[in-house]
Design a protein around this ligand. Structure first.
Ligand code: 0X9
Ligand code: ZN
Length: 606
């Protein structure tokens, strides 16, 4: 009796509770219920959620987004944006359930999960559960398996496939149809449909789009661009990485193994996103699985009991993308003042606000880069996570900057890759790099080095350095080696004790008439008071330059070529540097060297 009274009191205190409860995912929501639940989310989380009308459909129905952010009424241009959209296709009701579930999860867990809170504070997350409201209503009231919008095509047929109407590679017959009555009718022109334009306008209006997911059903797939062709998209490595991680995350929840390949579709959403904006974009085909023997139209209407497990297994991929976009763990600077916020430079109309192609975290020890020389290329990987990050992958490429500044890309050549642990202070990793010879396609001795860093919980979302803290670039100039001249080799004492440097040039493989030597180091002036280091060096009978731990010296190396070389002659000059620790007793030499490829070219003027 007493218990009953307490319950009654609670109900009386919360008379609006039937409207503001957690969303019930035990059955599908009608179009009106989806709208109402979005309004409820705003009511329940007024400081985090806004239901915003992002446009109207062909039949003038509102297309709603829930915008989730720490200041949902502000347009915070320094924050990243992530878009989740569902129900391009009218009959794919489970996709709207997924979007609603995600929105509610983000809002309910904001105050419970500090990492999610930090991510949301850094982002503006747009969840659009129903992009095709006209079709959804028609599917609810007239024909459950309707796919397209409700355009009157004027020939007795209705509907354009919203997911064949985007403007990137629109119109291929291989992945869409020009026949109005067909389910994949692409419409008379790219972006002919209001619904597609609403999504295009949202994409273009946000300041800093980082990731895009479009939910469909069914078949249990995670798909990446391209859709219009079987060819790999530029940045395929980045896209595939996301897909592989997503498949693992999904499988870990209920054991469903999602596939990653489907038939061609052109004029589809993710191709537009990647093709026009290089924003990581994925199509998830939700439950149920596709079975070539059993599947039928009814699979667009799985039993309501599938909704919750479907949503549960697809949530982690969404959260991982949100963390890639909103968190900053491992990163590389684009310019000296870079804090990791993106974009690190913007186009002002006449130029870039910052040079973002001279990353201070990518450098060589050698001041001049003679073509063909093998030099040490250093990369500093920053870690903003506050604790060590293990298994960080570092990829280093070079490219012709007049061909591509995207990394990774098919035009970029891999210099090296490494998997490292990065402590909170960051870490330097070094790769040998044989500098390209000759010129780029514009005739310049000008090359670009690109670095991509990634961690399972911080994957890059684009190939563009200024839009990603995981990607950085540095341009280098090279010098031609055609005449006698100087090479500069750098040596760093990476030991934790002072050391003597000995430089040795291997002349055995040089062509006739070539001379290479290391000019002697200037002698210490008698009047200079010898430092402790010099006194120690003298005691140990050191011959070469003395270096404190961490110190770098540049060693000039003279190359004398014959006056009249026979045609083009190319030779490798091997320079070995060894460090002899300045400690008494047996001094074990350590170190390696450089190889310079030097070309002697007959003067074409003669
Ligand atoms: O055909 C579509 O638009 C999507 N499949 S659905 O069954 N929901 O209609 C797939 C779109 C993405 N396509 C590819 N990545 N190939
Ligand atoms: Zn679909």
């Amino acid at each position: 009796m007493r218990t009953t009274l307490v319950c009654a009191a609670v109900v009386l205190l919360l008379p609006w509770s039937t409207d503001a409860q957690d969303i019930d995912f035990t059955d599908y929501h009608t179009p009106a219920q989806v709208e109402a639940e979005m309004a409820n989310l705003e009511t329940r989380f007024p400081s985090l959620a806004r239901r915003v009308e992002i446009g109207r459909s062909l039949e003038d129905n509102p297309i709603w987004a829930v915008k989730i952010s720490d200041n949902p009424d502000l347009d915070e241009s320094d924050e990243g944006d992530v878009i989740f959209v569902a129900l391009h296709h009218a009959r794919e009701w489970i996709s709207a359930e997924m979007a609603l579930y995600l929105a509610e999860h983000l809002l309910e867990n904001y105050s419970l999960d500090p990492e999610l809170q930090a991510d949301i504070d850094n982002l503006e997350i747009w969840v659009v559960p129903v992009l095709n409201p006209d079709g959804y209503v028609y599917s609810d009231t007239s024909y459950r398996y309707w796919r397209k919008n409700r355009r009157d095509n004027g020939d007795g047929s209705f509907g354009v496939d919203i997911n064949r109407n985007y403007g990137y590679e629109w119109g291929h017959d291989s992945g869409s149809s020009s026949v109005p009555s067909y389910p994949t009718y692409r419409g008379p022109a790219p972006f002919s449909e209001p619904e597609t334009r609403v999504m295009r306008d949202l994409v273009q209006s946000v300041d800093n789009l980082k990731a895009f997911v479009t939910y469909h059903s069914f078949s249990e797939l995670v798909l990446r661009p391209w859709s219009y062709t079987n060819a790999d998209a530029p940045g395929e490595l980045i896209l595939r990485n996301h897909v592989e991680r997503a498949v693992d995350l999904i499988e870990a929840v209920h054991g469903h193994t999602y596939g990653t390949e489907l038939y061609l579709s052109s004029g589809e959403a993710t191709d537009y996103l990647w093709g026009e904006t290089r924003t990581a974009a994925f199509t998830t085909e939700l439950r149920p699985d596709y079975d070539p023997m059993e599947s039928s139209l009814e699979d667009f209407a799985p039993p309501p009991g599938e909704i919750i497990p479907n949503n549960e297994e697809n949530l982690p991929m969404a959260l991982a993308l949100i963390h890639d976009a909103g968190g900053r763990e491992v990163w590389v600077r684009d310019h000296p003042d870079d804090t990791g916020a993106e974009p690190s430079a913007v186009w002002t109309g006449s130029g870039w606000s910052r040079p973002f192609w001279l990353s201070p975290d990518i450098w060589t020890d050698v001041e001049v880069l003679p073509e063909g020389a093998t030099v040490d290329l250093n990369v500093r990987v920053q870690n903003a996570a506050g604790s060590p990050r293990h298994d960080v992958e570092v990829f280093v490429y070079w490219s012709d900057p007049r061909v591509s500044l995207e990394f990774p890309s098919p035009s970029a050549t891999l210099i090296g890759a490494d998997t490292i642990n990065v402590p909170p202070g960051g870490r330097v990793v070094t790769f040998p790099w044989t500098v390209p010879t000759g010129t780029n396609i514009w005739g310049e001795r000008h090359w670009c080095v690109g670095v991509v860093v990634k961690h399972a919980r911080d994957l890059p979302l684009t190939t563009e350095a200024r839009r990603s803290s995981n990607v950085a670039i540095r341009n280098f100039n090279t010098t031609e080696m055609t005449a006698s001249g100087m090479l500069l080799a750098a040596a760093t004492n990476y030991l934790d004790v002072a050391a003597e440097l000995r430089v040795h040039v291997d002349t055995t493989s040089l062509p006739r008439g070539w001379r290479v030597f290391v000019p002697p180091q200037p002698k210490l002036q008698a009047r200079d008071r010898p430092s402790a280091l010099v006194r120690k060096g003298r005691l140990l009978d050191a011959q070469g330059p003395l270096l404190e731990p961490g110190e770098t010296v540049l060693i000039p190396i003279r190359v004398d070529l014959p006056d009249d070389p026979p045609g083009d002659t190319v030779a490798d000059v091997h320079v070995h540097g060894t460090l002899l620790p300045l400690v008494p007793g047996k001094r074990v030499p350590v170190g390696n060297g450089y190889t310079y490829r030097v070309r002697a070219r007959a003067d074409p003027g003669q």
